[in-house]
Design a protein around this ligand. Structure first.
Ligand SMILES: NC(=O)c1ccc[n+]([C@@H]2O[C@H](COP(=O)([O-])OP(=O)(O)OC[C@H]3O[C@@H](n4cnc5c(N)ncnc54)[C@H](OP(=O)(O)O)[C@@H]3O)[C@@H](O)[C@H]2O)c1
Length: 334
């Protein structure tokens, strides 16, 4: 376990202008780029590398770190490792951090370790706090809709999680627009408004544009979008094949090599050319693109090394897209 020397955060971490956006109608500001620990924080990444990634993110102004009970591998490991980093680096900065976790996917065996029952969510919140060495999380999410548990039960559990001090705010993830609207109405009636919805959004996956974004804005909720780089596909890294040290090369649990099709790469090549004309990398352009709509509060990125964060954070410094550039992107994606 190689951990680096003690940490003092950069004094310039809040220097980037307009970096924080209000989350819906709430009092909470989130960074436009947030950082997720889904990949690269389990037992296949050295703790020293994890530590450097987290430090680089915070030094760049990223105050929001997103976890879930089942991030690993194995399940729980990202939270356990985050607990180590918490003790080592983050305790003095706890009040500058927004830490989130979730429950909703399969986590432990039997009928109480999955989906959306009150039993599962409250037990899982307690387990997560223990693994992360925290008294509370800032945001607790129901990770995906449960087709069988009454929404009133799931939302009631979220209210209990706030009322009991386990979380300051609550949110939902992967909910379609109609379920999100129902959930928001239930929580308003319970006096604990939903803060935010977490949904997949990138140049290749755009369904939230149809209805969800409008629904969330109407309910006064924020929207944090995950996988803005499609797991790395919306960068230049796969243009000439699959590098051994890429996600598809060494950890293809979710980004499988057969998902990197010739058709996708042909579009990536054209997007990469357009990004080069703008003087930026494709990763930077793809991040700017998901944030072009003010209803998107934050884009939730991952990284396997600190340099990626240093590159991605600069995305917000490039000029807005012209109408013509947006049309060119539409034509490439059509
Ligand atoms: N709520 C949900 O159901 C859900 C689902 C999925 C994700 N999420 C959240 O979203 C977060 C982000 O997901 P993600 O990691 O898939 O997002 P992503 O930002 O689309 O992909 C991140 C990956 O892209 C590569 N990359 C990043 N910057 C790069 C650059 N500048 N140049 C080249 N490659 C670069 C790295 O992979 P390499 O290993 O190839 O370097 C990195 O790990 C997760 O950690 C999690 O918090 C939530």
């Amino acid at each position: 376990m190689q951990l680096y020397e003690s940490y003092t955060a950069s004094e310039t971490r809040y220097a980037q202008s307009d970096f924080y956006r209000r989350c819906g109608n709430s009092g909470l500001m989130l960074p436009r780029l947030s950082f997720g620990l889904w990949h690269n924080f389990g037992n296949i990444t050295p703790l020293g590398v994890q530590q450097q990634i987290l430090r680089t993110a915070f030094d760049a102004g990223i105050t929001h770190f997103d976890l879930a009970n089942n991030y690993g591998p194995p399940y729980g490991e990202a939270e356990t490792n985050f607990g180590i980093h918490m003790d080592r680096d983050w305790r003095p900065y706890r009040d500058e951090l927004i830490i989130s976790t979730k429950a909703g996917y399969d986590m432990w065996p039997g009928p109480y370790g999955n989906f959306g029952s009150r039993k599962y969510l409250i037990a899982s919140a307690d387990q997560s706090l223990k693994r992360m060495h925290l008294d509370y999380v800032d945001i607790f999410y129901h990770h995906r809709p449960d087709p069988e548990t009454p929404l009133e039960e799931t939302m009631g559990a979220l209210k209990t999680i706030v009322d009991s001090g386990r979380a300051l705010y609550v949110g939902i993830s992967n909910y379609p627009a109609d379920r999100a609207r129902q959930a928001a109405e239930i929580m308003k009636a319970l006096g604990v408004p939903l803060l935010i919805c977490q949904s997949r959004y990138n140049m290749f996956t755009r369904n939230i544009e149809e209805e969800l974004l409008g629904t969330l804005a109407g309910e006064g909720m924020g929207c944090i979008v995950f996988q803005p780089l499609a797991g790395g596909l919306l960068t230049d890294k796969y243009i000439h094949g699959i590098p051994a040290d890429s996600r598809a090369g060494h950890d293809p649990r979710y980004l499988k090599p057969d998902m990197i099709t010739e058709e996708k790469i042909a579009r990536v090549v054209r997007l990469n050319e357009l990004a080069a004309k703008r003087g930026e990398s494709l990763a930077q352009m793809a991040l700017q693109w998901v944030l072009r709509d003010g209803r998107v509060t934050s884009a939730l990125i991952g990284a396997s090394r600190p340099e990626q964060i240093r590159e991605n954070i600069k995305a917000l410094q490039f000029p807005d897209f012209s109408a013509q550039e947006l049309q060119e992107i539409e034509a490439i994606l059509a």
